[in-house]
Design a protein around this ligand. Structure first.
Ligand code: AMP
Length: 249
């Protein structure tokens, strides 16, 4: 079984995102970019399935500017066999990403597609679900455990009340949650090896997909600043404040 893994080049999780001064988006000038953390988990899971003999080939894909080649090289340094970049400089919203991935699925015929549960830049949490809709495939979102069997996959999902286990017919889509695994560190020799792995570059037009944005971003702003805290002398004062000021008891 071939596995496709979607890896997005996103703002590094250690960087504090700041809105542009005119509120038209997040300021990405001179900001460190890395692989979306949930996508590292997705790559790791695909590699573990390959190591367990459940997958034959791992293909990483990314959609975005030429710099996404770096993200694909990281996925290949982790162990992915090859990479596909759908190169475009414009904004690509989740529906367009899902359509592009569907076009690659039609071409590559994988048995499973693993994505992150969400990209930490737009926090959309939409792409995997939309892809499942477009393909008519089953999906296990927020995966905390994945077990591939003959023609099906069991996915344990993190839901509010605990863990829900579902059984999906393959081919299927899985979106990775935080506790699915701990991604491996990339070793230097593997970075060198990854440079020699195949990386194909295609355009959205090659795949016949119109990526014109459908949604208009109205405004990006910082959350309201929190008021400072106060120290109380004793429990009686705390209770009084909770009652008269915070009005929560
Ligand atoms: P989102 O729906 O934007 O929160 O993204 C969910 C997941 O879809 C991400 O974790 C990635 O696995 C995948 N994805 C979204 N955008 C891209 C992109 N431009 N390139 C590759 N994968 C993407």
């Amino acid at each position: 079984m071939k596995i496709l893994v979607a890896v997005k080049r996103a703002i590094d999780y250690n960087v504090k995102a700041r809105p542009k001064s005119d509120g038209t988006g997040v300021d990405l000038a001179n900001v460190k970019m890395s692989m979306n953390p949930f996508d590292e988990i997705a790559v790791e899971e695909a590699l573990r399935l390959q190591e367990a003999g459940k997958a034959t080939e791992i293909v990483a894909l990314s959609i975005g500017p030429a710099a996404c080649q770096e993200t694909l090289r990281t996925a290949m340094a982790m162990g992915a066999d090859r990479g596909i970049l759908v190169q475009t400089d414009g904004e690509v919203q989740p529906l367009a990403v899902a359509k592009l991935i569907k076009a690659l699925v039609d071409k590559e015929q994988p048995g499973m597609v693993i994505l992150g549960k969400q990209a930490i830049d737009d926090d959309s949490n939409q792409t995997g679900q939309m892809l499942a809709g477009l393909l008519g495939w089953s999906i296990g979102t927020f995966a905390a455990r994945v077990e591939v069997g003959e023609g099906h996959v069991k996915v344990a999902r993190e839901v509010d009340g605990g863990i829900q286990t579902i059984d999906l017919k393959l081919p299927a889509i899985v979106t990775a949650d935080l506790r699915l695994n701990e991604p491996r560190y990339v070793k230097l020799p593997n970075i060198m090896k990854a440079k020699k792995k195949p990386l194909d570059i295609v355009s959205p037009a090659d795949l016949g997909v119109d990526i014109t944005p459908r949604l208009k971003l109205v405004k990006v702003s910082e959350p309201a600043a929190r008021a400072g805290g106060v120290k109380v002398a004793d429990v009686a004062e705390l209770v009084a404040k909770l009652r008269s000021e915070a009005k929560v008891i």
